[in-house]
Write a protein that binds this ligand. Structure first.
Ligand code: COA
Length: 258
């Protein structure tokens, strides 16, 4: 059985992590498969939005698969964290196609780190989020110490990491960790609603916006300069010609995505 279920609905591709018996815990194979699915969707110009969710109604992802790494040496641990970041977490964050996390339950450890790599997060009311790694004698290794501080602020990140605690969906909304909280029944509807709005816009411009926003969080890169460069590049696109012409001609734009 594949660890990822891929489903298409028009321009929206849904990737469902499919290890419900293990609360969708991320083992090595799942990390590789999900990373490959995201890359394939990014390379397919007909996919305009990717939604990542977990199977079942209990968990998005309950973390990295503890059974796989509990006997690792320091060197193996380094390779695990680096491999995961390279194969999945950085791939998601830098994906040119917007990625929405539909957090349908527990998002713990690597699960929350995956959700935080996504560009937009929507949680169901039953979701519980946290980085419990210090309760296992380790720290987050898939970008959690960085991205939680970026999203929720340094103080809240420190508290959540030190206490190994879980916050509920309402608290996550309050600290800016998720964009929306809806009932579990409405979760995918809400994600599709956001995706449908995105699909109407220029995918070239959206890809540029992703790279410009991310630049501000990248060491040694000046986000303002990246924005100027990305802004200017848009002027060479067919999407820009179509978008501006459509406005002046008082009609809806039909972006070619080039
Ligand atoms: N790695 C590996 N297996 C995991 C897992 C993980 N991160 N999270 C859950 N599972 C497995 C359990 O071992 C169990 O498998 P089993 O039925 O073969 O014994 C199955 O998923 C169901 O989990 P269980 O603990 O029985 O469910 P629960 O409802 O009692 O508790 C959680 C749910 C999420 C609170 C609990 O599973 C948990 O604390 N998981 C680990 C969270 C964590 O520390 N993540 C960070 C990892 S770095």
């Amino acid at each position: 059985m594949s660890n990822i279920v891929v489903e298409r609905n028009g321009a929206i591709e849904k990737l469902t992590i499919n290890r419900p018996d293990k609360l969708n815990a991320l083992n090595k194979a799942t990390i590789q498969e999900l990373g490959a699915c995201v890359k394939a969707a990014e390379a397919d110009s007909s996919v305009k939005v990717i939604i990542i969710t977990g199977s079942g109604d209990k968990a998005f992802v309950a973390g990295a698969d503890i059974s796989e790494f509990y006997q690792f040496s320091k060197e193996e641990a380094k390779a695990l964290a680096k491999g995961g970041q390279d194969q999945l977490f950085d791939v998601v964050e830098n994906c040119k196609t917007p990625v929405i996390a539909a957090i349908n339950g527990f998002a713990l450890g690597g699960g929350l780190e995956l959700a935080m790599s996504c560009h937009i997060r929507v949680a169901s009311e039953n979701a519980r989020m946290g980085l419990p790694e210090v309760s296992l004698g380790v720290i987050p290794g898939y970008g959690g110490t960085q991205r939680l501080a970026q999203l929720a602020g340094k103080g809240k990140a420190m508290e959540l990491i030190f206490t190994a605690g879980m916050i509920n969906a309402g608290e996550a909304l309050q600290v800016g960790l998720v964009n929306y909280v809806v009932s579990q029944e409405e979760l995918l509807t809400k994600c599709n609603e956001i995706a449908t709005k995105i699909v109407k816009n220029s995918s070239v411009a959206i890809a540029s916006a992703i790279s410009a926003v991310n630049a501000g969080y990248t060491d040694g890169v000046n986000g303002y300069e990246k924005e100027i460069e990305a802004f200017a590049n848009c002027f060479g696109s067919e999407d820009f010609k179509e978008g501006t012409s459509a406005f002046l001609e008082k009609r809806k734009a039909n972006f070619p995505g080039k």
